[in-house]
Design a protein around this ligand. Structure first.
Ligand code: P1T
Length: 383
């Protein structure tokens, strides 16, 4: 299948008919353990914390989509990040982009500082990043691109060159683009990470994470920690993702088509101060976005004219856009990062980054774009 297109691989890799019955859909191996014929003699499966055939199918599919040799899926996106942190020797130094998902920030700023040392840096500024790498000597550089929620874009290929010179690994959280729009390993990254909860599953009914990479050494380490710590993905959830992922290509195209229209609508709206969408020419890294991404995705961030009161009025009056944390589902969601997804970042840090009270994040779904814009217009009229 290697030479086949994404649209074919997403349906058929890991989606082969069941060899025993011919069932076209993969069975859910809802089992915790596997019978052995003699101690240590088994068919490659011993216990579901370590391996499960339904999960294996999903891992094969995801590895193929990121052009990777290996993939592990985990209980959540954050548990995938946790395993990467455990893989590093105690006392490692990590440079992390300054604008990341609030839960990632919390994990690095509040959980792991007992074990590693972290520095949050603007990874979009290559000159500054080079200086920081030389001075701090990190073992790993963590990029989220585009970032959550400011949609800042880091140059994966250029950062990978800088990191490699300093013998540092590069991890890219590719959640916002999904493997359909961006493949960081092809651009020099060592590990790509996804919250499968988002676009990969696409139906807001599963929490999960995934990591893809080519190194056998990383595979050994991640497998050890996944098995030793235990954040495994349940067979049923893996099956749901295998079901949801089949439409990833058409969903991403539809998300993007709607996001394009809505970003233009917002850019011309009198109640909007500023819109950030990688597909807009006004995005400061529009040229880089065109170069490293195959599309611009379904996430839009915008700043309302006003402050917290205007944001509340707007958020209380949207109807189709559901006010909820998360993103990447077929249904449109709206989020207020300062109060919701990024509340764990101290206010002073948020303000410095630009996550103000008038910042609103949209996860544009695949409904009809006119209905979505009418919904936003109604909420604007109430502000
Ligand atoms: O929620 P979980 O599956 O553990 O994934 C964490 C995560 C990792 N990386 C990025 C870029 C993310 O956006 C997330 C989760 N984000 C949200 C829940 C949110 O609403 O932004």
């Amino acid at each position: 299948m290697k030479n086949m297109k994404f649209e074919t691989r997403v349906i058929h890799v890991g989606g082969e008919p069941d060899p025993t019955t011919g069932a076209i859909m993969p069975p859910i191996y809802q089992t915790s353990t596997y019978v052995q014929s003699s101690p240590g003699e088994h068919k490659g499966y011993e216990y579901t914390r370590s391996h499960n055939p339904t999960r294996t199918r999903l891992e094969e599919c995801l590895a193929s989509l990121e052009n990777a040799k290996h993939c592990f899926v985990t209980a959540s996106g954050l548990s995938a990040s946790t395993l990467i942190m455990h893989m590093l020797p105690k006392g490692s130094k990590i440079i992390c982009g300054d604008d990341v998902y609030g839960g990632t920030y919390r994990l690095f700023a509040k959980v792991f500082p007992d074990i590693h040392e972290f520095k949050f840096v603007d990874t979009t500024d290559l000159k500054n990043l080079e200086k920081e790498i030389q001075a701090f000597k990190p073992a790993l550089v963590w990029l989220e691109t585009p970032t959550n929620p400011l949609l800042k874009i880091s140059d994966i290929a250029a950062v990978s060159v800088l990191a490699k010179k300093a013998n540092a690994l590069v991890v890219v959280d590719n959640t916002f683009m999904s493997p359909f729009f961006q493949n960081p390993l092809d651009q020099g990254a060592d590990i790509v990470l996804h919250s499968m909860t988002k676009f990969i599953n696409g139906h807001s009914d599963v929490v999960g994470g995934a990591m893809m990479f080519n190194s056998d050494e990383i595979r050994e380490k991640i497998f050890f920690y996944q098995n030793a710590i235990g954040p495994c993905h349940s067979p049923f959830d893996s099956w749901l993702v295998l079901r949801g992922i089949k439409t990833l290509a058409i969903r991403m195209k539809a998300h993007e088509q709607n996001a394009f229209k809505i970003s233009n609508f917002l850019e011309n709206h009198p109640k909007v101060e500023k819109v950030v969408y990688p597909g807009l020419k006004s995005h400061p890294q529009y040229e880089l976005a065109k170069k490293q991404m195959k599309g611009f995705g379904g996430m839009i961030t915008f700043f309302l004219k006003g402050g917290i009161n205007e944001s509340r009025r707007f958020l209380e009056n949207v109807k189709l856009f559901a006010l909820a944390e998360s993103l990447g589902g077929v249904e449109s969601l709206v989020d207020h990062p300062a109060i919701m997804t990024h509340a764990s970042i101290p206010k002073a840090v948020r303000e410095q980054l630009g996550i103000h009270d008038n910042l609103i994040r949209l996860s544009v779904g695949i409904e009809d774009s006119d209905d979505l814009m009418a919904d936003l217009e109604y909420a604007f009229s109430k502000v």
